[in-house]
Design a protein around this ligand. Sequence first.
Ligand code: G3H
Ligand code: 13P
Ligand code: ZN
Length: 333
Amino acid sequence: MISILPVSKFPSPDSGAMIVTTRQLFDLAYGRFAVGAYNINNMEQALGLFEGHVRAKAPFIVQLSKGARSYAGSRMLEAILRAAEDRYPEAVFAVHLDHGDEATCYDAIDSGFYSSVMIDASHDPFEENVAATRRVVERAHAKGISVEAELGMLGGVEEDIAVDEKNAKLTDPEEAKAFVEQSGCDALAVAIGTSHGAYKFSGGQGIHFGRVEEIQRLLPGFPLVMHGSSSVPREEVERINAAGGQLDVTAKGVDVEHFARAIPLGVTKVNIDTDGRLVWTRVHREFFRDDPTGFDFRKPGKLFVEAYAQFIEHKCEKLQSAGVVDEVREKLS
Ligand code: G3H
Ligand code: 13P
Ligand code: ZN
């Protein structure tokens, strides 16, 4: 049994899988590769996620949102992950709360199941954001758990708060420096032009690399997190629509080739959820279009697991995390 966290119940005693903190992954990744962070809500997503990363030999972050916790239930998500951990002893991963409020962070910290939490008080004034983050950091660090915070405002939908594009606010570099110093967080989610969901960019919009550079200059070596990093591939959207969907074909996300530019600038964690939902939607819509009398959901379920595993392998290549797992395991053992 490999025990990294002093207090956590992770990992299960009979598992060879290695559960680490996000901070440990970031220390090894910074400037070299980004760690993909993917939201899961069900068994099929977990299976594809673990399978893809084990094939790619890449460490990863499993993210659980408040929405996932209320959809599947926290205990069910934990059971799914513990079963995945047993099935994939080669896996090296962190379990992270995505966009938590303060109360949910404490629940996650006290559960002994998470190795990392995100406190998202980015909608509050600066001082309140710092204070809430500071409180969470104290509780989390006492148990060896990492903390991600957010400063600035992404567009799109975060849990139940919708931020339209005109109200989105890029992270101010000076504020980011002060925030990190005052809050003690381990990683900072920055608003650099991306947004959540399938509708991110129109025309020539994209990542504001100049802003990332400026933040890195003031926070050298500090891990930055890019939320809203799905690519929303045109081909995927067209296939969904050809199978009965009605998604906007002008929807556009982050160019996967841009990960290579963001990594040397300190982007160390890359959050992807929407793209996985698109894979699920495409596989299921096409399956039932082609088999209209079918109703055995295990058939498309199996196809989805394989499609999602392949999707993950591809992302690992682009995030430059493919092939590093042996090194990570050795250094963190
Ligand atoms: O940033 C939000 C993630 O995509 C999670 O989405 O809150 O619908 O689970 P959710
Ligand atoms: P996407 O909607 O681009 O997948 O972003 C997910 C995310 O940031 C989760 O925190
Ligand atoms: Zn997010």
